[in-house]
Design a protein around this ligand. Sequence first.
Ligand code: G
Ligand code: G
Ligand code: MN
Length: 531
Amino acid sequence: MERVPSWRYLPVALALSLPVLACAGLTWWHAQKAQREEAESAARIVRAQTQHILAQAWEVLDRVAALTAVPCEQALPDLQRWGTLNPYFRSLILLRDDRIYCSSAVGKADYSVSEFRRWSGSLSPGGWLFTVDGTPLAPERPAILLGRSGTDGHSGVVVVDGRYVQDLLNAVATLRDYRIELQVGEGGAPIRSDSQGPWDAPSSLVYSETTNHDGRAPLIVRVKAPPEDLVQAWQQLMLTYLPAAALLGLGLAVGAYRLQANRRSFKELLRRAMRADEFQVHYQPIYGQATGQCEGVEALMRWQRPGVGYVRPDIFIAAAEEDGMIIALTRHLFALIERDMRSWTTPPGFHVGINIAAEHLSSPELVPDIERFVQNVSARQPVVVLEITERSLITDDGQARRNIDALRAQGVLVAIDDFGTGHCSLSYLQQFPVDYLKIDQGFVHAIQPSGEDAPVLDVIITLGHRLGLAVLAEGVETELQFNYLVRRGVALIQGYLFARPMPSEQFLHWYAGHAPPPGAKRPESSNLGAG
Ligand code: G
Ligand code: G
Ligand code: MN
C-alpha cells in the first residue's frame, strides 16, 4: 500500500476552510464598512444642523457688532428682540476690551469676560468662534461663542446655547449607542452627547470628519461606538452567510477528495496493471530506404484490460503523464522490451525507438534508466532511439539538454517525434543535437493522388536534410505516398503500408520473412506490403 504523506489532505483542508475564511474576512470587512457608513450619516446630520444654527448666528452677529457704535440703552431693545426671537441664542452681548457692558439677558452690565470659562486671550478681530463649558448665566451648560469686532475696541458676541446642539447629539447618538463629539472653532472644549456610561468607557473611534465651517472655523465631528458593536454586527453577518460558505467549502472539499481519490485509484490501477502484466509492447517496423529492409522498430505500448478491453494509448499515456506515473510506466516498458528482445534475432545496429515523455527527458533519472536498458539488451546490440516531442525541448530547463548530450555520447540516438505539429521554433532545432526528424503523419497524408506537391512536407524534408538529420516519414499508407517520399530522399518510412505495429512473436515471424538472407537484392517498392 502507498504510504500516506501527511500533506495529502492539504487540498481537502484548504477547499474546506478557504470559503469559511473568505466569508469571515468579507463579513468583517463588510461590517466595518457598514459601521463607518452609518457613523458617517450620523455625523452628517450633526454637521448640517450645526451649520444651520451657526449660519443664523453669524448673520445676527453682523448686526450685533454694528450696535457697538451706540450706548447700551439704545442697543438693548434690538439685542433683546433678536435674542428672544431666535430659539438657539442664549444671549447677545456687547463688550469693550474684556468687559461686558451690555447683554440681551441682563441688560446693562459690567463684568469681565474671564467669567466665561475658557475664554481665550487672543481673538482675531475679523470674527471668532469657540466652545465653552458654561457661561456666567448657565455655568453648567456648554455654549458656542461667536464674536466680531465693532467700533474702537468694542465687539459684539452671540452666545449660542449648547443645549440644542447637545440634544441633537443625544438624539443622533441613540441611533447606535454612539458617543458623539462636536468641536467648533480652535481649541475650545468639545460638546459631547451625554450617553449612558462614562466617556472613558471603552469605545472606538468609528468616524471622524473635519469640515471648514463657512471658511471661518473648523467643525469637527467624532463618532465613537462600543467595540462590541462591530463584533455584534459581524456576528450577525456571519450567521447569515456562514452556512452557505460552509456548504460551499464542504462541496469543494468533497470535490477535492474525489479528485484525489480518483488520481490515487488511477495510479493504483496502473500499478496493478503493471504487476498483472496487462501491458504489452507492439513493434512497428521501420523501412530503410538505403537497404530496402526493416532497419528498426518503434515500440508502442498497448493495454488490454481484462474484462474492460483495449485502452487507447494516447489516453492512458496522457493520464500517466498527468498523474506522475509516466516514468514508472516507461520503466515497465523497458522491462517488457528487454523480455521480448531475448528471443529476437535482429542484427547489431537494429534501431529500437522508444517514446520518452517530457517529464522523463528532463529528469536526472533518464540517463541511468537508459543505460540500464542498453545494458540489459546488449546481447542484440540495438541502437536505441529516443523519440521525444517538441514540447519536451521547449520546456527544458537544461537537464534535458544534459541528458541528451550524455546519452548521445554513448551512441543513443534522438528523434523529434510528430515533427511539425508542436510549437518548436527552428532555433530549438539548431540548439538541440538530434539525429532524426519523424515527420508527423498529417503531412504525409497531405500527399494528393492528383500528383500536386505537398509544399509543407517538402519544406520539412528539405529542412531535415539541410540540418544534416535523417528524415523519417510516419503514417505511410499508400504506394503513392511511399514513392513521393522516396523521390524526395526520405531515408526511413514507417506506416501501415510497410507494416502495422504487432506483438513481439508476430514481429519475429514477420521479420524472419522480411529480413533477406545475407547478400540478397534490395526489394522493389511494390514488395513492401506486409500482407
Ligand atoms: O500507435 P499508438 O496509437 O500506440 O500511439 C498513440 C500515441 O501514444 C503516440 O503518440 C505514441 O507516441 C504514444 N505512445 C505509445 N506508446 C508509448 C510509450 O510507451 N510511451 C510514450 N510516452 N508514448 C507512447
Ligand atoms: O509515437 P507516434 O506519435 O509517432 O505514434 C505513432 C502512431 O501512429 C501510433 O499510434 C501508430 O499506431 C500510428 N500509426 C503508425 N503507422 C500508421 C499509419 O500508417 N497510419 C495511421 N493512421 N497511423 C499509423
Ligand atoms: Mn513515436
